[in-house]
Design a protein around this ligand. Structure first.
Ligand code: IPD
Ligand code: CA
Length: 266
C-alpha cells in the first residue's frame, strides 16, 4: 500500500529516524545500567528513574536533528501532546522501568510517529534481548531485519495472553477481575512488565494476545504498527484523559473472543 501523504520514501526516513532514536536511547540505558537505582520519584507501584529522563532527551535530540518542525511527546514530557500536529512523535524512553530498575532484561525503548492521530511508524528496541522490532504503514514487520508474523493459534483455550496490573491505583479490582476471567479461558496468562514488548511478542508469534487497561499511548503506539504489519489486529478499546487507553492486540484469530473476555469483565 502506498500512502498519499507519506510516500514510501518519506516513511522510510521516518522509520530510520525512529530506529536511530530508539537505539540511541536504549543503548544509553544499557551502558548506564549500573545507575538503575537512581530514582527521581517513587510511588507505591512505580518508579521514575534519572535514566528515563536522560533517554527521552537522547531520543528527542535524534528526532529534532532531522525533523525540526515535528511535534514530540514522551512519557517524561508533562503537559499535553499536540494532537493536531502533522507528525507527532511518541516516545517511551524505558518501557518496563520497574523491570530495568530491578535488573530484569525485559525492557525496551519505544518510538512511534503518528500522522492524523494514527501510528504510521513504530520501533521497539530491547537492548538486553538484542532485539529491534520495526514496521511502517504498508511495510513488513521485522525483528532484527527479518520478517515476523503472528501465531496460528486459533482457539483462545490454546493461547498465551499477556496483560498488566494497573500501577496507578491501589484499587486493583478491575485488573484482578480481568486476570481471573482470563486465566479461566486461556492456556496461560502472563504479566511480564513491558507493554511494548508484550505487543511485540504477539507480533512475533510468541504470545497470542495482549490486553491492558490504564496504559498510555506511548506504551502501545509503536507496538500497534508492528503487530498490525505482522498480520495481527490491534485496537484502542477505551480512551481517557492524558493519552490513557485500554489496548487490545492479538494474532487476529482470537481477537473477538478475547475482546468478549474484556467486555464481560467490565
Ligand atoms: C509500564 C509497563 C508495564 C505496564 C504499565 C506501564 P513503564 O510502562 O509497560 O508493562 O503494565 O502499565 O506503565 O512505566 O515501565 O514505562
Ligand atoms: Ca511504558
Amino acid at each position: 500500500m502506498t500512502d498519499a501523504i507519506f510516500p514510501s520514501l518519506e516513511l522510510q526516513d521516518l522509520l530510520r529516524c525512529a530506529e536511530d532514536a530508539a537505539r540511541a536511547a536504549g543503548s544509553h540505558a544499557f551502558e548506564q545500567r549500573h545507575r538503575r537505582k537512581e530514582v527521581v520519584r517513587a510511588t507505591a507501584h512505580d518508579v521514575k528513574l534519572r535514566l528515563d529522563l536522560e533517554c527521552q532527551a537522547i531520543a528527542e535530540n535524534v528526532i529534532r536533528s532531522r525533523f525540526a518542525n515535528h511535534s514530540i511527546f514522551g512519557e517524561e514530557s508533562g503537559g499535553k501532546a499536540d494532537a493536531n500536529a502533522a507528525v507527532l512523535w511518541i516516545i517511551d524512553p524505558i518501557d518496563g522501568t520497574v523491570n530495568f530498575h530491578h535488573g530484569l532484561p525485559l525492557w525496551c525503548c519505544s518510538v512511534a510517529a503518528l500522522s492524523g492521530g494514527k501510528p504510521i511508524v513504530g520501533v521497539v528496541f530491547a537492548p538486553e534481548l538484542q532485539e529491534c522490532y520495526t514496521a511502517c504503514r504498508g511495510g513488513k514487520a521485522l525483528c532484527n531485519g527479518k520478517p515476523i508474523s503472528v501465531s496460528e493459534t486459533r482457539r483462545i483455550q490454546d493461547a498465551i495472553v499477556a496483560t498488566g496490573i494497573d500501577r496507578k491505583t491501589r484499587d486493583l479490582s478491575e485488573s484482578t477481575r480481568f486476570l481471573k476471567n482470563l486465566a479461566i479461558r486461556v492456556q496461560r496468562p502472563r504479566i511480564m512488565g513491558s507493554a511494548a514488548l508484550d505487543i511485540c511478542n504477539v507480533a512475533s508469534g510468541r504470545a497470542d494476545g495482549y490486553y491492558e487497561s490504564g496504559i498510555y499511548l506511548w506504551d502501545a503506539a509503536a507496538g500497534s504498527v508492528i503487530v498490525d504489519r505482522a498480520g495481527g489486529r490491534s485496537e484502542i478499546l477505551w480512551r481517557g484523559d492524558d493519552l490513557q487507553i485500554a489496548f487490545l492486540a492479538t494474532n487476529g484469530h482470537i481477537h473477538d473472543e478475547l475482546r468478549q473476555v474484556v467486555l464481560s469483565t467490565q
